[in-house]
Write a new protein. Structure first.
Length: 163
């Protein structure tokens, strides 16, 4: 119940933001939403802020602060110390182009700018990116679109790695 209420409030807030987002880039929209502080910190540490403020277009599967909190203990701290690994994980959340939800649901995978594919499926009315659920889709920005997810995506070869 608490998660549904949070999701509903987040959706209304982000919908309102998306109305004015056409002039704001992906990073600005995410920062102003207030639920992506960890993602913003990680993007800064990895040196990717300017990239995602660029022309794009980009599609970002953006994990919330709650998603980062679900990572095993020490994972986030380890990634923040290993800039290359952090960059690899973050780029695994970005697809080139403006891929709206109506397009995402037609795909079974998408190549990320990190070079690996994320798997996409629709089950019981929910869209999954790997094992992460898209909680809010189509948050528009001037240089692409954000789909909010509930779990941080970890590239395949990094899943066994301890940070």
């Amino acid at each position: 119940m608490k998660n549904r209420l949070f999701s509903a409030v987040l959706f209304v807030f982000l919908f309102t933001l998306s109305l004015s987002a056409q002039k704001k880039d992906i990073v600005t929209v995410a920062v102003e939403a207030g639920s992506f502080k960890t993602l913003a910190t990680a993007l800064t540490e990895a040196g990717l802020v300017e990239t995602l403020k660029g022309d794009g277009p980009f599609t970002v599967f953006a994990p919330t602060d709650e998603a980062f909190a679900k990572l095993p203990k020490g994972t986030l701290e380890g990634l923040l110390k290993d800039k290359e690994a952090l960059k690899k994980v973050l780029l695994y959340h970005v697809v080139s182009g403006n891929v709206s939800s109506k397009d995402v649901v037609k795909l079974n995978k998408a190549k990320t700018v990190g070079g690996q594919d994320v798997m996409i499926k629709v089950k019981d009315g929910k869209v999954y990116i790997n094992k992460s659920v898209v909680t809010t889709a189509d948050v528009q920005a001037s240089n692409g679109v954000i789909h909010i997810i509930d779990t941080v995506l970890i590239p395949k070869e990094d899943k066994k790695k301890s940070y």
